[in-house]
Design a protein around this ligand. Structure first.
Ligand code: F6R
Length: 233
């Protein structure tokens, strides 16, 4: 696991610039993107500096089981923070159909599309409880895309994102699905993430802090700002 730490005001511009460069280097890139508060300023930098997702296939990392169009949904957040600010849409956008008759089959569909070409990059955030995507504490490192019951803290996050109801379930790419990506970027900002980042980076690797599994991946970069990195030695 590689750590890159930036001053708080330099973090989003630096990570945004790296994302611009990463996606410009290869046509046909397949990228999984997180939503939530953390990546928002990074996506803002990406679009402000002319970043393009033309030629890129985008996979949403996770989704709340909330009605289509609810502002707290991850697809809505990705749209607001990134997609609607781009002059050209990505070549493909894969989101979860939470209205599917069988959510199990919807998860399998997602797994199949990802398996058919893999993921070049997964951009993820860090939950205050150590989750990655919606892989809550207790998740296995070989878990696949599935429906999950949400931790109360994750349910509360949805309200912070503008949800009109409290979701108790979600769909997430599994830890195993993510660990198969060629490269993983863990974005972490803010002093409120310092304790959990320290546990993810230095604590035991295991289901209590699913983010710790990222240390088993040979090509993970943690992009943290100084407040989030405050407890790292
Ligand atoms: C969102 C997601 C979540 C968030 C995490 C941190 O797509 O996958 O795991 O990355 O809960 O959320 P914020 O960034 O709002 O602190």
């Amino acid at each position: 696991m590689k750590l890159e730490i930036f001053a708080a005001d330099e973090w989003a511009p630096a990570v945004g610039a790296r994302l611009v460069r990463f996606v410009s280097l290869r046509n046909g890139l397949r990228v999984c993107l997180a939503t939530g508060s953390t990546p928002e300023p990074v996506y803002a930098e990406f679009t402000a500096s002319g970043g393009s997702l033309e030629g890129t296939e985008v996979f949403l990392l996770d989704e709340f089981l909330l009605p289509v169009g609810d502002l707290g949904r991850c697809d809505e957040m990705l749209d607001r923070a990134l997609l609607q600010r781009l002059p050209t849409p990505p070549d493909a956008l894969y989101t979860f159909d939470v209205t599917a008759a069988s959510l199990q089959e919807e998860c399998e569909r997602f797994e199949d599309v990802i398996a058919d070409g893999g993921l070049d990059l997964a951009v993820v955030g860090l939950g205050g409880n150590g989750h990655i995507g919606m892989n809550e504490p207790g998740s296995r490192s070989d878990s696949r895309t599935r429906v999950v019951e949400l931790d109360p803290s994750t349910q509360q996050n949805a309200a912070r994102y503008g949800a009109t109801a409290r979701p108790t379930w979600g769909i997430t790419l599994g830890m195993g699905t993510l660990l198969a990506a060629e490269e993983i970027w863990l974005l972490v900002s803010g002093r409120h993430k310092a304790e959990i980042l320290e546990r993810a980076v230095s604590g035991p690797i295991g289901p209590e802090v699913p983010a710790s599994y990222l240390r088993q991946h040979g090509n993970t970069i943690v992009y943290a700002d100084e407040p989030a990195a405050a407890l790292l030695s």
